[in-house]
Design a protein around this ligand. Sequence first.
Ligand code: CDV
Length: 315
Amino acid sequence: MARVVRMAAAQLGPVARDEPRAAVVERMRRLMRDARADGCRLIVFPELALTTFFPRWYMANQAEVDAFFEVEMPGAETRPLFEDAKRLGVGFHLGYAELAREGGRVRRFNTAILVDTEGRLVGKYRKIHLPGHSAHEPQRPFQHLEKRYFEIGDLGFPVWRTMGGIFGMCICNDRRWPETYRVLGLQGVEAVLLGYNTPTVNAVIQEPAHLRMLHHLVTMQAGAYQNGTWVVAAAKCGMEDGVHMMGGSAIVAPTGEIAAQAKTEADELIAHDCDLDLGRYIKETVFNFAQHRRTEYYGLIVERVGMVPPPKDGQ
Ligand code: CDV
């Protein structure tokens, strides 16, 4: 019997800096109700969904930065999402800025959680591939200070058996890295859930908007196919506090095909009946890892971080 889970990507339009968390949560709750009405069992919200994408600003005052972080999950403002999950029977993936007190110190992560259809928090992931820079670079049209405001995630890339399948998570820039999908694929992942905030403009080098969209999609399509997994990706997009953020929320099938894609740059739900067994034939044939991987030749992938070309003649 096919294991079909109807899943949704809940794209969010812009969240202004002065928009209260409670108002954003109300927008998300509406999307959850729509998902329920559409027969969905799981909904994916974007990265840092509860606030504007604050790493675009340099803030010297840590208290100002910390105002964008959650100190508890659920907290007073996010608890309704957990209650709705249980009441509606719709699990969710949520990205947020996490301020944790661990080992006697304050730690800050770009985090995503997985909540099941009973409203239970079943999984947590902390973003590993943090893009951008750590020092203020005033020559940029806008900043990307994830390396300043967050630590590198310390939880690895786990998967969870829940809601009838094997689920993994990653966040935004992680989706561009084949290593993300392969580590999840080696654990038999059947659906990779992710949210993203991607500026339409590359702040460092001129890059046409169509290429930004191509790179977003092509990496997810390759990751899906090469690991026989669904990928469900939700954007926060549109003109947010003066910076245009890319839409293109998508549900990608294990075949690498795009099963559903957002049309707007506003709050929008896209959904698909995801057969979690669809990737099985890929996992059992062309990407049967146990039969075909040649790890004896892959050492460089973990031994070497940066590229080292061979010496030029005579050197
Ligand atoms: N939030 C992100 O991780 N954004 C990056 C941008 C900076 C390229 C991304 O990979 O989409």
